[in-house]
Design a protein around this ligand. Structure first.
Ligand code: XBP
Ligand code: MG
Length: 228
């Protein structure tokens, strides 16, 4: 196989973003006087539902509360603004090896994409904070959850990334941290390397082509040598 592209998940793969998401959700709940507060344990279970709006709806259904779609959208927009401010504050580093891998892949002529459940503003927030550049200058293609009908584990966001890259699934590698992401990428026909994250280290990674503890260089030569 000659490898033409790397497609990165964002949350949990490029950076350990979920604590910032959780903090932003809780701040948005508190600002509205809601009695909701998602602890790490509760949030770990809630992550089975991908997408912030979907997660809010799932939690409301679970506790028997009714929120209109407009109320969910407003709550989530507030959460996204709060999340962006947290990321802009610059306290969230990329995971080990990410910056080096992106630079090495670029130097090797590979195309680079993001396929994420989160929305485009959150991709911009991360690339500005971590690389000091807009997302379009770091990645050739961004495919975001707010652009597809079905979020992970459906293949939609990976299929959108492949379409925008103009690359066949057999010539790209997905980098993921979660079961839902792994299922999404595999359903799109991609090979998948999983780097479990703080919130996904308990998950089943069966079906991954590789599972490595991080993207730090020591773990990658064997993988990439078989692909490039
Ligand atoms: C991550 C997610 C996202 C974030 C919140 O999934 O499920 O929903 O938790 O993002 P993955 P939004 O890493 O598999 O893409 O609130 O912006 O939806
Ligand atoms: Mg993820």
């Amino acid at each position: 196989m000659s490898l033409a592209a790397l497609i990165f998940d964002l949350d949990g793969t490029l950076a350990e973003t979920e604590e910032a998401h959780r903090t932003a959700f809780n701040a948005a709940f508190a600002a509205r006087g809601m009695a909701w507060h998602w602890t790490p344990e509760v949030y770990r279970a809630l992550l089975a539902t991908t997408g912030g709006k979907e997660r809010i709806a799932a939690h409301a259904a679970c506790i028997g509360e009714v929120l209109t779609p407009d109320a969910i959208a407003a709550l989530h927009a507030d959460k996204t603004a709060r999340y962006g401010a947290l990321i802009a504050a610059g306290e969230l580093p990329l995971r080990p090896g990410v910056a080096d891998l992106v630079a090495a892949a670029r130097a090797a002529g590979l195309r680079l994409a993001v396929a994420t459940t989160t929305s485009r503003p959150n991709v911009e927030a991360l690339t500005q904070a971590a690389w000091g550049r807009p997302a379009a200058e770091v990645f050739d293609v961004i495919a975001a959850g707010d652009e597809v009908a079905l979020k992970k584990p459906a293949p939609d966001v990976y299929l959108l990334a492949l379409d925008r890259l103009g690359v066949a699934p057999g010539k790209a590698l997905a980098l993921e941290d979660s079961r839902n992401g792994l299922l999404s990428a595999r359903a799109a026909g991609l090979r998948v390397l999983v780097t479990p994250s703080l919130y996904t280290d308990h998950e089943d990674h069966e079906g991954a082509d590789w599972v490595v503890p991080s993207l730090a260089a020591a773990h990658l030569p064997e993988v990439l040598a078989r692909l490039v």
